[in-house]
Design a protein around this ligand. Sequence first.
Ligand code: F6P
Length: 345
Amino acid sequence: MNMIKRVGILTGGGDCSGLNPTIRGAVYRAQDYNYEVYGIQEGWKGLVKGNISPLSLSEVKEIVDRGGTVLGTSRLNPYKIDNGIKQVLDSIKKFKLDAIIAIGGEDTLSVANKLFKEENVKLVGAPKTMDNDLSGTDYTFGFDSSVTWAIEAMRSLQDSGRSHRRIMVLEVMGRHAGWVALFTGMASGADWTLIPEEKADIKKMCQHLKEVYKKNKYASVVISEGVILPGIDVEKESLDQFGHMILRNRGVGNLLADLIKKNTGIETRHAVIGHIQRGGSPTLFDRILGLRCGVTAVDLIAQGKFGYIAALKGSEVIGVPLEKAVSKLKVVDKKWWKLAQVFFK
Ligand code: F6P
């Protein structure tokens, strides 16, 4: 018998737009099962520190249109700190949490998967990340909003580039997956896009940009922060607690603008959108996906389907094993890359 009374909810890893709708979806659905909901502050850190308190319907009523996460977030990995897991388990016991909803990307959900498998914690997940690099779901919430910001930024850059007869470069986030760059490039009409999955062909790109410039008197390029360009020493890059490179220091936008200027002789400028694309009001797509994932996460708990995430498959949000979501990073495949190249003309 699935005796659930109290459910804890946390958001971990990088924030993105769509987290608040997900929290709202879960809190509203919990009412239908008479579950009490407790908010865990700042991801796994809240369970380590015991920073947990009741989360009422009125607290989440007005948050569907708000970016970020009302619960706060962190990149703390409880497996990387002394006694971390013991503290997590103690908090679960102390606050009488019968089940936990972990909203996060690959890092947060990997911890959830381990806690479920090794410690028998009753966990379900919801897939967020602006990077869209999580397997097991067609899209993660946060992605649509972050690309929407990036295409707006690109429009401004293109206006300026067109006026000054320049080449404009936009550096976007996305870590080791090129989804954000690929979609930004395609949706903004960029002349070239560089993604981490494909080796940068600077010579070919510059030749193409020269031709475009001859016709249009300006050109635009999108580059993902994870691209490796000449001059980048991967060995020297610092790592976070999950072993990921901190890519913002790489400065690929700047490097690429210099390379383009050197190889084409055309004046080139760059901009880095950075964390601007992580905030702001969620798009319609992310609001609805977030709400649906929150609702389904609670349904999974009610069905006793622990070790699952609420994932988008086609047009349905269904339960998919956590294991599937975290087993391998979903990067841009050849089919998408080929499609993007259709527009390099
Ligand atoms: O994983 C989401 C993400 O926004 C990546 O695209 C980026 O590399 C990273 O987080 C930045 O992390 P932080 O917010 O810790 O600087």
